[in-house]
Write a protein that binds this ligand. Structure first.
Ligand code: ZN
Length: 265
């Protein structure tokens, strides 16, 4: 009874909200967001700083040069268009780091800290439109606060564990396990639902910035072709079911007019 009440309170206080305005496909799912933004951003910044220190110590952190300038310019062109999806995002401290490593991968931390591996660009020989699609996808995870949602879900599960533990007199150890679970939540992959959402919002973002959204289709072909030599990391951390390309293709009639309008300006 008591536990049920506390869980209900958590849900009501944090609430099920949504972080963005509706996208072009009209989707706007309600989210479990019980962990404060500031806490998620602090955890994410810590993680980002540790990752960058580690890469720097191995001389793999790229913060200048033509490759960095190219990818950062694409991100900078996308940022102003994030306002169409949520107004505050335009003022976020968006930041790109490029890590010189063969991994075919990219990821994003809460608040707009994007990491791209040179392997993604070099091995797939990405053109600017394809980089914009990847960048849009990563930025969309941040706009939708998927990290905060993931940690909220984890914390709710942890609350169940610790409350259950408290009831059984398990006490402190169980609470510590719940804390650890929250830390590990940062490294857990996003859900299939979140990946689909990042595809939709990301494609809209790229199209609004004047990048050809049809590049998404060629990009997934390149990713699948890579699959022959073991699944590329981008696909293993961003699960790609067979229908993902079809889902992207179905969005074209909605995003192409945004792209055409951007290019008329
Ligand atoms: Zn993703």
């Amino acid at each position: 009874m008591k536990i049920g009440f506390l869980l209900l309170s958590l849900l009501l206080i944090g609430g099920c909200a949504t972080t963005t305005t509706a996208n072009i496909a009209g989707k706007n799912r309600s989210q479990l967001l019980i962990v404060p933004v500031a806490e998620v951003n602090r955890m994410s910044l810590d993680y980002f700083a540790k990752q960058n220190d580690d890469a720097r110590s191995k001389h793999r952190l790229v913060t200048s040069g033509p490759e960095f300038v190219r990818v950062e310019a694409i991100m900078r062109r996308l940022v102003p268009h994030s306002a169409a999806l949520r107004k505050d995002a335009i003022d976020w401290p968006w930041e790109l780091v490029l890590i010189d490593a063969p991994e075919v991968n990219a990821h994003v931390m809460a608040g707009g800290k994007v990491t791209v591996y040179t392997g993604l660009i070099r091995q797939l020989k990405l053109n600017d439109d394809e980089i914009a699609v990847v960048m849009g996808h990563e930025m969309a995870h941040a706009l939708r606060e998927h990290t905060r949602e993931k940690i909220s879900e984890q914390q709710l599960a942890g609350a169940v564990v610790s409350l259950g533990g408290a009831a059984l007199g398990a006490g402190k150890t169980t609470m510590q396990i719940a804390g650890l679970a929250q830390q590990l939540a940062l490294e857990l992959p996003f859900s299939r639902k979140m990946e689909s959402e990042a595809d939709v919002f990301g494609l809209e973002l790229a199209a609004r910035a004047g990048y050809d959204p049809q590049a998404a289709l060629g990009l997934w072909d390149k990713m699948s072709a890579q699959g022959g030599a073991g699944i590329p990391q981008f696909l293993s951390t961003h699960p790609a079911p067979k229908n993902r390309k079809q889902e992207l293709a179905a969005l074209m009639p909605k995003v192409m007019p945004l792209y055409q309008a951007a290019n008329r300006r």
